[in-house]
Write a protein that binds this ligand. Structure first.
Ligand code: PXP
Length: 247
């Protein structure tokens, strides 16, 4: 599947994780975001968690102010965070489930089971011209619920796919392929992310209609070894075959 518009959103949360580990004022999340952009990233993703374990409120405002590409703010449907999103006005918000004990976002959001709670915040964010995306498992019920909600975008959770041994990934890949097809039919933009690395990203090249991959932990980890610029460029190179040679 050739997609000439595939884009990379780099999630820089774990630059903040390193900073918060020591309570220092370095490394700078803004500097990392600017290095990602300079290396060709199409957008910057940050997750303002209720527990503020990595990204802090000030980071959201600073990144918003400094970057030249798109800001994708990942967040739970929590009134305080919705208020910050409406103040910061990122180009995109991705609604995710959040549990305090989890190491990272574990499953997709249950859109179908939470339509009533989601209607008002989604309406307010759409009114503010924010593109609202739902981070969901490739489940037809969740994709249809996203359409019912009037949200224009999904981010397909690739974590399950990535966690499986390569020889057992077939059925999950099939779910991602079908999910992307259904979303496209319903007029919904398809993004994907979680657990993607240079080593496994080609595994999802059969998933059609992908607009953006949001990738964080593996890029920041690679950057520790080779620098942010080289790490972002290496991921762009790894994604290029999906887009016919260049992203
Ligand atoms: N997309 C969403 C919705 C996420 O919650 C995360 C993790 O913050 C990512 C993408 C990036 O995942 P990873 O850090 O595994 O690349």
């Amino acid at each position: 599947m050739i997609n000439t518009t595939l884009k990379l959103g780099v999630n820089v949360d774990h630059v903040a994780t390193l900073r918060q580990a020591r309570g220092t004022d370095y490394p700078s999340v803004v500097e990392a975001a600017l290095a990602c952009e300079a290396a060709g990233a199409h957008g910057i993703t940050i997750h303002l968690r209720e527990d503020r374990r990595h990204i802090q409120d000030a980071d959201v405002y600073a990144v918003r102010k400094q970057i030249a590409t798109r800001l994708n703010l990942e967040m739970a449907n929590h009134p305080e965070i919705v208020g910050i999103a409406l103040d910061v006005l990122p180009e995109e918000v991705c609604l995710v489930p959040e549990k305090r004990e989890e190491l990272t976002t574990e499953g997709g959001l249950d859109v179908a089971g939470n339509i009533d709670a989601l209607l008002e915040p989604v309406r307010r964010m759409k009114e503010a011209d924010i593109m609202v995306s739902m981070f969901i498992d490739p489940d037809p019920e969740q994709i249809r619920a996203t359409a019912t909600l009037g949200a224009p975008c999904i981010e397909l959770h690739t974590g399950t796919f990535c966690d499986l041994p390569p020889e057992n990934r077939g059925p999950e890949l099939e779910r991602l392929v079908k999910g992307a097809g259904l979303a496209h039919e319903l007029g919904i933009q398809v993004n994907a992310g979680h657990g993607l690395t240079i080593g496994n990203v080609s595994g999802i090249f059969d998933v059609p209609f992908m607009d953006t991959l949001n990738i964080g932990h593996s890029i920041v980890s690679h950057a520790v070894m080779v620098g942010m610029s080289a790490a972002v460029q290496a991921m762009l190179d790894a994604m290029a075959p999906y887009a016919g040679g260049k992203v």
